[in-house]
Design a protein around this ligand. Structure first.
Ligand SMILES: NC(=O)c1ccc[n+]([C@@H]2O[C@H](COP(=O)([O-])OP(=O)(O)OC[C@H]3O[C@@H](n4cnc5c(N)ncnc54)[C@H](O)[C@@H]3O)[C@@H](O)[C@H]2O)c1
Ligand SMILES: [Zn+2]
Length: 362
């Protein structure tokens, strides 16, 4: 088992990464209180809930199971979980455990952040995306019909327990979505890790345990380092949004057909093409980014939509400041910047050039 610390002074916490960790939960989390609420969903519950319940022993253990999908990250479910906590007379010393992907984690985290002004929160992420990204760093939220993650809080967990064995039951599609975030870390922060990913993309696709363990560990180390340096996203943490502004436009306009990681992958390819066109990213690096995404079975061609639609969705991004669009853009493999972009023609040119370049190759 590996242990990484997210260093945030008195709110520092461990990320445990390993195999068969569910069985060791009570040893890993000796400080758990008597009253525990597990939030999970209808897909994860039949697979892993019993194991987790057994490992937690015999306190007052209550489970709240939500449905599957992004639509469940709602104020409606938030209210229902609050109802459960209140109906069982949970007090301020209780703990909330999220057992699931990013949807469960974001929702349960927001519940924990606000129930009685905040109770202990633990993350047991079960998707690759949640293990390498959403369970670490303390962003919690629910969606509003007006936009994703509009209601939420920064609220750090007490610990994150990553059991990589549970990735075995993920669909290929959900697994690949997690790889998009893994590749992101290589592009923005760590050229050596990017090279390692290039060399091991086939092992990763085949979910070879050692390769998966390393990719999860290195991703968590990078996220932990960035969060410790900039918890509230004043500067460096914004780089974690590489590909996400383009990605959100794709997700928002095609929410039923594109998953988050797929939209981020296509968005990353566009961001690389944007910089290549300005001669700020070499042809070779742009090509390497595109090839690695493709090797991991991720899309690098965005769905076609009019520029006005891209513009409309991208302007709603949280990084827009004083009406100006700010994009995370790669400057090399291993480095990225956050830049205000005013010239929409250049954005349009990157989107269309990337798509036609990609189509030529396909
Ligand atoms: N808080 C953050 O910092 C942060 C960062 C990135 C993404 N997010 C959020 O995360 C969400 C996406 O997360 P996600 O990709 O994990 O989506 P998800 O939670 O919907 O999980 C994807 C699918 O996998 C299923 N699943 C989960 N674990 C499984 C397992 N072990 N075996 C089989 N199936 C399993 C789920 O039921 C779901 O169908 C979005 O809401 C996004 O906004 C948050
Ligand atoms: Zn993401």
């Amino acid at each position: 088992m590996q242990c990484i610390t997210v260093g945030l002074d008195e709110r520092s916490y461990p990320i445990y990464i390993g195999r068969d960790l569910f069985a060791q939960l009570s040893r890993l989390l000796p400080q758990l209180p008597n009253q525990i609420l597990i939030v999970t969903n209808q897909i994860v519950a039949p697979l892993y809930l019993e194991q987790v319940q057994q490992a937690l022993g015999d306190g007052q253990l209550v489970t709240h199971i939500i449905g599957d999908g992004e639509g469940e990250k709602s104020l409606h479910n938030y209210q229902h979980i609050m109802d459960t906590l209140i109906a069982h007379s949970f007090n301020r010393d209780c703990a909330v455990i999220a057992l699931g992907g990013g949807v469960v984690g974001d929702l349960a985290g927001f519940v924990a952040a606000t129930y009685q002004r905040g109770v202990d929160f633990y993350q047991i992420p079960t998707t690759l995306l949640a293990q390498v990204d959403s369970s670490v760093g303390g962003k919690t939220a629910v969606n509003h019909p007006g936009g994703k993650n509009l209601i939420g809080a920064f609220y750090q967990p007490r610990a994150v327990i990553i059991d990589t064995d549970c990735l075995a039951t993920l669909t290929d599609r959900d697994y690949a979505c997690g790889l998009a975030e893994v590749i992101k870390y290589g592009i923005i922060h760590d050229a050596q890790f990017f090279e390692w990913l290039e060399a091991h993309s086939q092992d990763l696709i085949q979910r070879e345990p050692q390769a998966v363990a390393y990719a999860v560990r290195r991703s968590c180390e990078i996220k932990a380092e960035i969060v410790a340096a900039d918890e509230r996203e004043q500067n460096q943490r914004a780089l974690l949004n590489l590909g996400h502004t383009f990605g959100h436009a794709i997700e928002a306009s095609h929410y039923d057909s594109w998953h988050h990681g797929e939209a981020v992958a296509a968005g990353t390819a566009i961001a690389a093409e944007f910089m290549r066109q300005q001669d700020e990213l070499s042809d070779q690096d742009a090509e390497r980014i595109r090839r690695l995404l493709q090797a991991c079975n991720l899309p690098v061609v965005a769905p076609s939509m009019p520029l006005s639609q891209w513009q409309d969705y991208m302007q709603r991004d949280k990084k827009v400041k004083a009406g100006q669009l700010r994009l995370v853009l790669p400057t090399a493999i291993g480095a990225a910047c956050l830049r205000t972009v005013t010239d929409w023609d250049r954005v349009a040119s990157a989107i269309s050039a990337c798509n036609s370049a990609c189509n030529e190759h396909d």
